[in-house]
Write a protein that binds this ligand. Structure first.
Ligand code: 2IT
Length: 448
């Protein structure tokens, strides 16, 4: 229950209209926790039905994706794009290829993306898409045929000033290349309609590193502001050995952190003396997985089955970088009990709403992905700029801009949290600061 009658009414309606969509409802609830500090102070939000409009995607596109596998068998998947909000710029956000993909997950991600993109300060609206297609174990030819069939419908709905997709889980450089190539053919034009592209055809240096590096730049700001400290020697744990986790491990190591535990899909490894980070980064890059090999190749380090047990490991700072819904209230309690005083999200909503409430009420500094993992989409925005001016920037130039953007995002969140009398509540700061820009644009643009 919220203090505000308006919020309770809108949430009830969201629940009734989105029955069974638990990820989406949970994202709205988390956002409304923060809105409860704002809506009664500003009656224009209700008067203009801003929240009722914000919780409904502007457009949802669903389509059939038929394709032929290597054995000649015809297969069918479902393709999606949720074009959530375009008040401040063209729809922008990643594509996810995974068996678990459904409308609830994509709506939750698109909703989050709207505020994340707003926080970057760049002109990007929110969107998310993908398919219930698992590229793992598929040949390159199968993935290409799938991507081309997907694009045969998708090309109608995207464009550099309409909707600019990018990667997410299961959707990397290979998928982006095939999609971009087919878009170019169908449209007969070479435009920056995807970000995360290869360098040879318009990609940005620093994009693969951006989410993980940006996360650590954000952690540095948190430590400086709240603890007058830095990450040197701090015990850090990271979940997920994908693009985000791998790059986060690399940057944490470079900044002098002591990475004591890390997980992949199979399990996790823990070494209180610190893990061999170059080994992990190399293995993760080659195979996506590292933990079983790590335990074989490093004497005295045990492999633990299943990634979830890692939240019981003593640490100072936890960086969940795998996927949504990894950390529940019980895990949050265990983390706190074992000394964790800061949790910064690298994935999108790895903590559920109860875990977030627990952190905020129990003195564990918490930062939500929509602020702390915004480095990826921020550098996507920089890729769009480079495409528009037809000029590539150096890695150093991009990295410097990324650092500044992450500092600015933290500052916006922190100053907003302070303004609302909750100086350590970065989730509140992120939600309100991200919201205010979108709200302002929606008011200016009228009812549309
Ligand atoms: O969750 C995210 O911010 C992304 N998957 C990146 C989106 C993008 O457009 O680069």
């Amino acid at each position: 229950m919220y203090k505000s009658r308006y919020l309770n009414e809108v949430l009830e309606n969201v629940k009734a209209k989105n029955e069974g969509q638990k990820e989406f409802i949970s994202a709205v609830e988390e956002f409304f926790d923060s809105m409860d500090f704002l809506v009664e102070k500003d009656p224009n939000i209700e008067k203009n039905a801003i929240l009722e409009r914000l919780v409904v995607p502007e457009k949802v596109i669903t389509f059939r994706v038929p394709w032929v596998d290597d054995a000649g068998k015809i297969r069918v998947n479902t393709g999606y794009r949720v074009q959530f909000n375009s008040a401040i710029g063209p729809y922008k956000g990643g594509m996810r290829f995974d068996k678990s993909v459904n409308l609830s997950i994509l709506k939750f991600l698109g909703f989050e993306q709207t505020f994340k993109n707003s926080l970057t300060g760049l002109p990007m609206g929110g969107g998310k898409g993908g398919a219930d297609f698992d590229p793992r174990g598929k040949s390159d030819a199968e993935v290409m045929r799938f991507c081309q069939s997907f694009m045969a419908e998708f090309y109608r709905h995207i464009g550099p000033n309409t909707d600019v997709p990018a990667g997410d889980l299961g959707f990397g450089a290979r998928e982006i290349g095939y999609m971009f190539g087919y878009y170019k053919k169908l449209r007969n034009e070479f435009t920056g309609v995807f970000t995360g592209k290869g360098i040879s055809y318009g990609g940005s240096l620093g994009r693969p590193e951006a989410t993980g590096y940006g996360l650590l730049y954000f952690v540095a700001e948190m430590l400086k502001t709240f603890k007058n400290d830095d990450i040197k020697g701090k015990k850090v744990i990271i979940s997920g050995s994908g693009k985000v986790g791998g790059m986060a491990a690399q940057k944490a190591n470079e900044m002098g952190a002591n990475l004591v535990a890390m997980s992949d899909i199979d399990g996790y490894v823990y070494d209180p003396n610190g893990l061999d980070v170059p080994y992990i980064c190399e293995k993760a890059k080659q195979k996506g997985m590292f933990s079983k090999d790590y335990a074989k190749d490093h004497k005295g380090v045990e492999w633990h089955e299943g990634p979830h047990g890692m939240w019981s490991v003593p640490c100072d700072i936890a960086l969940p970088c795998a996927t949504q819904g990894e950390i529940h209230e019980d895990d949050a309690k265990l983390l706190k009990k074992n000394g964790c005083y800061m949790l910064v999200e690298g994935a999108n909503m790895p903590c559920d709403v109860e875990a977030i409430r627990y952190f905020n009420n129990n003195g564990v500094l918490f930062a939500p992905g929509k602020a702390s993992n915004a480095g990826g989409v921020a550098v996507s925005g920089l890729e769009m700029t480079q495409n528009a001016i037809h000029l590539p920037w150096t890695f150093e130039e991009v990295d410097e801009r990324l650092k500044q953007i992450m500092k600015d995002i933290f500052k916006k969140c922190y100053e907003t949290a302070v303004k609302f009398g909750q100086p350590t509540n970065i989730a509140l700061g992120a939600n309100i600061a991200g919201f205010l820009k979108v709200y302002d644009a929606m008011l200016a643009e009228g009812v549309c």
